[in-house]
Ligand binder design. Sequence first.
Ligand code: RP5
Length: 269
Amino acid sequence: MIILNKHQLITERFPNGETKVKDFDQWIKADNLLEFTYQEDGDLIRLFFVKKRLEEAGASCKLWIRYMPYSRMDRKIEGDLFTLKYVAAFINSLQFDKVYVIEPHSETTLTLLENSVAIYPALDWLPKLMEKLKFSDNDRIVFPDKGAAARYLNSGYEDACVFEKQRNPQTGRIEAMKLKTGNIVKGAKCIIVDDLCSAGGTFLWAGKILKEMGASEIYLLVTHCEPRVFKGALLEEDSPIDLVFTTDSMMNTTHPKLNYINLTTESYV
Ligand SMILES: O=P(O)(O)OC[C@H]1O[C@@H](O)[C@H](O)[C@@H]1O
Protein backbone atom coordinates (compact mmCIF):
# COMPACT_ATOMS: atom_id res chain seq x y z
CA MET A 1 0.00 0.00 0.00
CA ILE A 2 1.28 3.46 -0.88
CA ILE A 3 0.00 6.63 0.76
CA LEU A 4 1.08 9.96 -0.66
CA ASN A 5 0.44 12.98 1.53
CA LYS A 6 -2.27 11.06 3.42
CA HIS A 7 -4.03 9.89 0.24
CA GLN A 8 -4.01 6.20 -0.40
CA LEU A 9 -3.12 5.75 -4.04
CA ILE A 10 -5.35 3.73 -6.28
CA THR A 11 -3.30 0.95 -7.74
CA GLU A 12 -4.95 -1.63 -9.93
CA ARG A 13 -3.73 -4.60 -11.91
CA PHE A 14 -4.16 -5.07 -15.61
CA PRO A 15 -5.35 -8.58 -16.47
CA ASN A 16 -1.75 -9.55 -17.28
CA GLY A 17 -0.61 -8.58 -13.78
CA GLU A 18 1.03 -5.23 -14.61
CA THR A 19 0.32 -2.32 -12.26
CA LYS A 20 -1.85 0.67 -13.08
CA VAL A 21 -1.54 3.70 -10.79
CA LYS A 22 -4.63 5.85 -11.21
CA ASP A 23 -5.42 9.56 -10.69
CA PHE A 24 -1.99 10.25 -9.26
CA ASP A 25 -0.93 13.78 -10.14
CA GLN A 26 -3.59 15.52 -8.05
CA TRP A 27 -1.86 14.43 -4.82
CA ILE A 28 1.60 15.78 -5.67
CA LYS A 29 2.90 18.69 -3.53
CA ALA A 30 6.27 20.46 -3.65
CA ASP A 31 7.41 18.47 -0.56
CA ASN A 32 5.92 15.02 -0.23
CA LEU A 33 5.70 12.28 2.34
CA LEU A 34 5.31 8.82 0.91
CA GLU A 35 4.13 6.10 3.31
CA PHE A 36 5.05 2.63 2.19
CA THR A 37 3.58 -0.62 3.47
CA TYR A 38 5.21 -3.76 2.18
CA GLN A 39 2.91 -6.72 1.57
CA GLU A 40 4.46 -8.32 -1.47
CA ASP A 41 7.39 -7.72 -3.81
CA GLY A 42 5.13 -5.95 -6.33
CA ASP A 43 4.91 -3.09 -3.82
CA LEU A 44 8.57 -2.31 -4.57
CA ILE A 45 7.84 -1.67 -8.25
CA ARG A 46 4.88 0.52 -7.26
CA LEU A 47 7.23 2.50 -5.03
CA PHE A 48 9.57 2.90 -7.98
CA PHE A 49 6.81 4.18 -10.30
CA VAL A 50 5.58 6.72 -7.77
CA LYS A 51 9.03 8.09 -6.95
CA LYS A 52 9.93 8.39 -10.62
CA ARG A 53 6.77 10.45 -11.27
CA LEU A 54 7.55 12.72 -8.30
CA GLU A 55 11.04 13.24 -9.67
CA GLU A 56 9.65 14.10 -13.08
CA ALA A 57 7.36 16.66 -11.43
CA GLY A 58 10.40 18.21 -9.68
CA ALA A 59 8.95 17.38 -6.24
CA SER A 60 10.98 16.46 -3.18
CA CYS A 61 10.05 13.39 -1.16
CA LYS A 62 10.61 11.73 2.17
CA LEU A 63 9.88 8.04 2.64
CA TRP A 64 8.17 6.44 5.64
CA ILE A 65 8.71 2.67 5.62
CA ARG A 66 6.19 0.97 7.89
CA TYR A 67 8.04 -2.35 7.65
CA MET A 68 11.41 -2.66 5.95
CA PRO A 69 11.14 -5.52 3.43
CA TYR A 70 13.77 -8.23 3.93
CA SER A 71 15.02 -6.66 7.17
CA ARG A 72 15.45 -10.10 8.75
CA MET A 73 17.84 -11.16 5.95
CA ASP A 74 20.45 -8.98 7.55
CA ARG A 75 23.57 -11.06 7.03
CA LYS A 76 25.38 -12.84 4.28
CA ILE A 77 24.92 -16.59 4.36
CA GLU A 78 27.37 -18.53 2.24
CA GLY A 79 25.80 -19.31 -1.12
CA ASP A 80 22.56 -17.38 -0.49
CA LEU A 81 21.67 -13.89 -1.66
CA PHE A 82 22.02 -11.04 0.82
CA THR A 83 18.61 -9.69 -0.22
CA LEU A 84 18.34 -6.90 2.38
CA LYS A 85 21.45 -5.35 0.86
CA TYR A 86 19.87 -5.31 -2.60
CA VAL A 87 16.51 -3.97 -1.42
CA ALA A 88 18.37 -1.19 0.41
CA ALA A 89 20.40 -0.47 -2.73
CA PHE A 90 17.16 -0.22 -4.70
CA ILE A 91 15.65 2.26 -2.22
CA ASN A 92 18.93 4.24 -2.17
CA SER A 93 18.81 4.50 -5.96
CA LEU A 94 15.48 6.31 -5.65
CA GLN A 95 17.21 9.09 -3.68
CA PHE A 96 14.69 10.05 -1.03
CA ASP A 97 15.54 13.16 1.01
CA LYS A 98 15.05 11.18 4.20
CA VAL A 99 13.99 7.63 4.98
CA TYR A 100 12.12 6.85 8.20
CA VAL A 101 12.20 3.15 9.04
CA ILE A 102 9.80 1.76 11.58
CA GLU A 103 11.55 -0.79 13.81
CA PRO A 104 14.21 -2.08 11.40
CA HIS A 105 15.07 -5.36 13.19
CA SER A 106 18.81 -4.61 13.26
CA GLU A 107 21.37 -1.86 12.70
CA THR A 108 22.26 -3.41 9.34
CA THR A 109 19.23 -1.80 7.66
CA LEU A 110 20.26 1.62 8.92
CA THR A 111 23.84 1.08 7.80
CA LEU A 112 22.70 0.04 4.33
CA LEU A 113 19.96 2.65 3.85
CA GLU A 114 21.19 6.16 3.10
CA ASN A 115 19.63 9.13 4.97
CA SER A 116 17.77 6.76 7.23
CA VAL A 117 16.48 7.21 10.73
CA ALA A 118 14.85 4.51 12.85
CA ILE A 119 11.63 4.82 14.83
CA TYR A 120 10.89 2.39 17.66
CA PRO A 121 7.17 2.48 18.49
CA ALA A 122 7.34 -0.45 20.92
CA LEU A 123 10.04 1.30 22.93
CA ASP A 124 8.21 4.63 22.77
CA TRP A 125 5.06 2.94 23.99
CA LEU A 126 6.63 0.90 26.77
CA PRO A 127 6.49 3.59 29.53
CA LYS A 128 2.81 4.24 28.71
CA LEU A 129 2.01 0.54 28.94
CA MET A 130 3.90 0.19 32.23
CA GLU A 131 1.85 3.06 33.61
CA LYS A 132 -1.40 1.62 32.30
CA LEU A 133 -0.62 -1.76 33.91
CA LYS A 134 0.46 -0.06 37.16
CA PHE A 135 3.92 -1.63 37.06
CA SER A 136 5.67 -2.03 40.42
CA ASP A 137 9.30 -2.87 41.27
CA ASN A 138 8.42 -6.58 41.26
CA ASP A 139 7.15 -6.48 37.68
CA ARG A 140 9.49 -7.18 34.79
CA ILE A 141 10.35 -6.05 31.28
CA VAL A 142 11.47 -9.09 29.27
CA PHE A 143 13.60 -9.24 26.12
CA PRO A 144 13.06 -12.65 24.49
CA ASP A 145 16.44 -13.00 22.78
CA LYS A 146 19.83 -11.37 22.28
CA GLY A 147 18.53 -9.40 19.26
CA ALA A 148 15.91 -7.66 21.38
CA ALA A 149 18.41 -7.13 24.20
CA ALA A 150 20.90 -5.54 21.79
CA ARG A 151 18.18 -3.26 20.49
CA TYR A 152 16.63 -2.10 23.76
CA LEU A 153 18.80 -2.90 26.77
CA ASN A 154 20.65 0.42 26.67
CA SER A 155 17.44 2.43 26.60
CA GLY A 156 17.00 2.52 30.35
CA TYR A 157 15.97 -1.12 30.82
CA GLU A 158 19.28 -2.52 32.04
CA ASP A 159 17.47 -4.53 34.75
CA ALA A 160 15.24 -6.33 32.23
CA CYS A 161 15.10 -10.13 32.04
CA VAL A 162 16.76 -11.55 28.93
CA PHE A 163 16.13 -14.94 27.34
CA GLU A 164 18.45 -17.05 25.25
CA LYS A 165 16.86 -18.96 22.40
CA GLN A 166 17.90 -21.64 19.95
CA ARG A 167 16.19 -21.70 16.59
CA ASN A 168 16.72 -24.53 14.13
CA PRO A 169 18.18 -22.77 11.06
CA GLN A 170 16.65 -25.35 8.72
CA THR A 171 13.08 -25.46 10.01
CA GLY A 172 12.96 -22.04 11.67
CA ARG A 173 11.39 -23.69 14.73
CA ILE A 174 12.53 -22.78 18.21
CA GLU A 175 14.08 -25.76 19.94
CA ALA A 176 15.07 -24.38 23.33
CA MET A 177 14.76 -21.24 25.39
CA LYS A 178 15.92 -20.28 28.85
CA LEU A 179 16.10 -17.20 31.03
CA LYS A 180 19.67 -15.97 30.92
CA THR A 181 19.54 -12.75 32.95
CA GLY A 182 17.20 -11.57 35.69
CA ASN A 183 14.66 -13.22 37.95
CA ILE A 184 10.90 -13.47 38.24
CA VAL A 185 9.17 -12.67 41.52
CA LYS A 186 6.03 -14.75 42.14
CA GLY A 187 2.96 -12.86 40.94
CA ALA A 188 5.00 -10.48 38.73
CA LYS A 189 3.50 -8.88 35.67
CA CYS A 190 5.74 -9.16 32.61
CA ILE A 191 5.89 -7.22 29.36
CA ILE A 192 7.78 -9.03 26.62
CA VAL A 193 9.14 -6.42 24.19
CA ASP A 194 10.36 -7.14 20.67
CA ASP A 195 10.37 -5.79 17.13
CA LEU A 196 8.20 -8.35 15.46
CA CYS A 197 5.94 -11.31 15.97
CA SER A 198 6.07 -13.72 13.10
CA ALA A 199 4.71 -17.19 13.87
CA GLY A 200 4.79 -16.36 17.58
CA GLY A 201 6.92 -19.32 18.75
CA THR A 202 9.37 -17.04 20.58
CA PHE A 203 6.59 -15.55 22.68
CA LEU A 204 4.76 -18.78 23.39
CA TRP A 205 8.03 -20.26 24.67
CA ALA A 206 8.94 -17.21 26.73
CA GLY A 207 5.40 -16.84 28.06
CA LYS A 208 5.22 -20.47 29.13
CA ILE A 209 8.56 -20.30 30.98
CA LEU A 210 7.60 -17.02 32.67
CA LYS A 211 4.28 -18.51 33.84
CA GLU A 212 6.11 -21.60 35.18
CA MET A 213 8.42 -19.25 37.08
CA GLY A 214 5.42 -17.65 38.77
CA ALA A 215 4.53 -14.64 36.57
CA SER A 216 0.86 -13.73 36.93
CA GLU A 217 0.14 -11.69 33.80
CA ILE A 218 2.12 -11.62 30.57
CA TYR A 219 1.79 -8.96 27.92
CA LEU A 220 3.45 -8.85 24.52
CA LEU A 221 4.49 -5.51 23.01
CA VAL A 222 5.77 -5.76 19.43
CA THR A 223 5.90 -3.15 16.69
CA HIS A 224 5.08 -5.52 13.82
CA CYS A 225 2.88 -8.59 13.50
CA GLU A 226 3.31 -10.53 10.27
CA PRO A 227 -0.17 -11.36 8.97
CA ARG A 228 0.73 -14.31 6.74
CA VAL A 229 2.58 -16.27 9.38
CA PHE A 230 0.97 -15.02 12.59
CA LYS A 231 -0.52 -18.06 14.30
CA GLY A 232 -3.70 -17.78 16.31
CA ALA A 233 -2.15 -19.92 19.09
CA LEU A 234 -0.78 -16.77 20.69
CA LEU A 235 -4.29 -15.36 21.05
CA GLU A 236 -6.06 -18.52 22.14
CA GLU A 237 -7.65 -18.94 25.55
CA ASP A 238 -4.86 -21.22 26.87
CA SER A 239 -2.02 -19.04 25.53
CA PRO A 240 0.35 -17.78 28.25
CA ILE A 241 0.10 -14.32 26.66
CA ASP A 242 -2.76 -12.32 28.17
CA LEU A 243 -2.83 -9.43 25.69
CA VAL A 244 -0.88 -8.37 22.60
CA PHE A 245 -0.07 -4.73 21.89
CA THR A 246 1.12 -3.91 18.38
CA THR A 247 0.86 -1.39 15.56
CA ASP A 248 -0.96 -1.85 12.27
CA SER A 249 2.34 -1.56 10.36
CA MET A 250 1.48 -4.87 8.63
CA MET A 251 -1.55 -6.50 10.21
CA ASN A 252 -5.04 -5.17 10.90
CA THR A 253 -6.98 -8.26 11.94
CA THR A 254 -9.22 -7.67 14.92
CA HIS A 255 -9.30 -9.92 17.98
CA PRO A 256 -10.24 -9.25 21.62
CA LYS A 257 -6.65 -10.01 22.70
CA LEU A 258 -5.10 -7.70 20.06
CA ASN A 259 -4.68 -4.02 20.88
CA TYR A 260 -3.42 -1.61 18.26
CA ILE A 261 -1.10 1.28 19.03
CA ASN A 262 -1.80 4.26 16.85
CA LEU A 263 1.22 4.86 14.62
CA THR A 264 1.03 8.29 13.02
CA THR A 265 3.65 10.06 10.97
CA GLU A 266 2.83 13.35 12.73
CA SER A 267 4.47 12.21 15.97
CA TYR A 268 7.81 11.65 14.21
CA VAL A 269 8.19 13.57 10.92
O1 RP5 B 1 9.05 -16.50 17.02
P1 RP5 B 1 8.51 -15.75 15.86
O2 RP5 B 1 7.30 -14.93 16.20
O3 RP5 B 1 8.26 -16.64 14.67
O4 RP5 B 1 9.63 -14.76 15.33
C1 RP5 B 1 9.84 -13.51 15.93
C2 RP5 B 1 11.21 -13.43 16.55
O5 RP5 B 1 12.21 -13.73 15.58
C3 RP5 B 1 13.13 -12.64 15.47
O6 RP5 B 1 13.65 -12.50 14.19
C4 RP5 B 1 12.31 -11.45 15.90
O7 RP5 B 1 13.15 -10.37 16.29
C5 RP5 B 1 11.54 -12.05 17.05
O8 RP5 B 1 12.38 -12.18 18.18
